[in-house]
Write a protein that binds this ligand. Structure first.
Ligand code: 4AD
Ligand code: MG
Length: 448
């Protein structure tokens, strides 16, 4: 941990100049005088000069203090440490050797907040960075991911609003399960024990399509999955949609169009961030340009056997390793459909042509990233839904409110859920889902 500087105060200026972002300062170009503010990203000094690379949310720039201009305050300047916050005014000049091609020759400065010696230095362990997540967020890597994440959230809203969906919200405290009882977090709700954190909005969304017809949300979901994989969080952001009068193809079409819109928007907005993350953009272009691959579960088993030498017994769900190998064969997501009924949730419509499979779809991202969307058409037959709840060990009485959706003017409908961090992980090309969210919650970590 950092040592403490006694009585550290944050100064405020009486009259501040008009600040521009570092990127705007760079754009202003050679010879322009600008005022910028930010944090010291790197520093080094000599007897004559102090070099500070200043960072703000937009970019970094090298700033030079010439001792002869600052003789009186040289001691303070000489001691500037990484993460001090500063106001700087100076002249921009082009310099090929500077990290972003430009430098600021400082004419005026103000130290706003001192910094203790910063605990994050080069080559630290993953654990150390996780313990210091609140500080690691300032890294250029995390800043880039968080910008892309922000673009993704915006693009989801934009897509659904553009398609005439209403934004709608479900409760997080719920008394039903939807995606498997074993993965519920229970909450002590004033002494009551049958309250859980929502795994999905779905059972509270279906009742609302009778009012709004087309709805979507972006909300946290919770899964008590005992999985320590690179794609499981216990708390994640879930973008979900539900739609009245929809057939199975409508659901898949929206999933495909949504993903295309997200990737297209990120490519148009976050070129610099993708570059900083060393993401191979040529891997993302096909997502926008080419149709996704649609195949049934039966097709997937055949391809796995023929091309990947992997034998999956019919009736078993696809495991991570099988999804990985399957998706490595394509440069666009695979939409896998018609899974065996017994591996999928109780609400999925039985395929009219084959009651052993359901009209459910998983979108599997390429390059081995695996499932990013899960969706389905919803079973309309009240008795079938009830029976499948019983088969899952549930008491249909608890689901009465939900079963009313099948009693009063039921219509064909369906929807899907997209794991936003899974999409961010894939787009950014991250090794682990943990870096796709500011403060990841996993089986092992719930602090800081
Ligand atoms: O496939 P899932 O479980 O489907 C549902 O929850 C449906 N009720 C959605 C719906 O039809 N409205 O979850 C949907 C998506 C997955 O495809 C995955 O992207 C993400 O949620 N997801 C997770 N993301 C991170 N960590 C986890 N533990 C996740 N579990 C699911
Ligand atoms: Mg799923």
């Amino acid at each position: 941990m950092a040592k403490t500087i006694a009585n550290q105060k944050t100064k405020t200026t009486a009259k501040s100049p008009k600040f521009v972002s570092i990127q705007e300062a760079i754009n202003a170009g050679d010879g322009k005088t600008v005022s910028i503010r930010g944090w010291v990203y790197r520093e080094r000094g000599s007897n004559k000069f102090k070099f500070v690379v200043l960072r703000d949310s937009s970019n970094i720039i090298q700033c030079i203090f010439d001792r002869k201009d600052f003789e009186k305050s040289w001691e303070e300047i000489d001691q500037l440490q990484v993460e001090c916050s500063l106001h700087l005014t100076g002249t921009i000049s082009k310099d090929e050797r500077a990290p972003t091609g430009f430098e600021l020759h400082v004419t005026k400065y103000e130290l706003i907040g001192k910094s203790d010696s910063y605990p994050i230095t080069k080559d630290q362990s993953v654990e150390f960075l996780a313990d210091n997540r609140h500080l690691w967020l300032r890294s250029r890597r995390m800043t880039s991911i968080l910008k892309i994440r922000s673009t993704v959230f915006g693009a989801i809203d934009e897509y659904f609003k553009g398609e005439g969906f209403y934004e709608y919200h479900s409760p997080i405290f719920q008394a039903v399960q939807c995606e498997g009882g074993a993965e519920l977090f229970s909450v002590d709700y004033f002494g009551k024990k049958d309250v859980f954190l929502g795994q999905t909005w779905q059972l509270y969304a279906e009742p609302a399509i009778f009012a709004l017809e087309k709805i979507y949300t972006i909300s946290p979901s919770f899964r008590a999955e005992k999985s320590k994989t690179s794609r499981h969080l216990t708390e994640y952001w879930h973008a979900e949609m539900e739609m009245a009068w929809a057939d199975f193809d409508d659901i898949m079409d929206h999933g495909e169009k949504l993903l295309k819109h997200i990737v297209k928007t990120v490519l148009a907005t976050n070129f610099e961030e993708l570059k900083l993350l060393e993401r191979d953009i040529s891997k993302l272009k096909p997502i926008v340009e080419k149709p996704f691959i649609r195949m049934t579960y039966d097709d997937a088993l055949k391809i796995l056997k023929d091309k990947c030498k992997m034998k999956v017994e019919w009736g078993k769900d696809l495991r991570t390793i099988e999804e990985e190998e399957l998706t490595k064969l394509y440069d666009v997501p695979v939409i896998c459909t018609r899974y065996p009924k017994k591996v999928k949730a109780f609400y999925m419509t039985e395929d009219p042509k084959n009651p052993d499979v359901v009209l459910g779809c998983d979108f599997l991202a390429p390059e081995g990233y695996g499932e990013i969307i899960g969706g389905s058409h919803r079973e309309a037959d009240l008795e079938k839904v009830k029976q499948r709840l019983i088969d899952d060990g549930e008491d249909p009485i608890e689901y009465e409110f939900y079963l009313d959706t099948r009693r009063y003017g039921s219509v064909p409908h369906g929807g899907f859920g997209m794991g936003v961090e899974r999409v961010v992980r894939w787009i950014c090309g991250l090794e682990n889902i943990k870096d796709a969210i500011p403060f990841p919650r996993t089986m092992e970590r719930y602090k800081p």
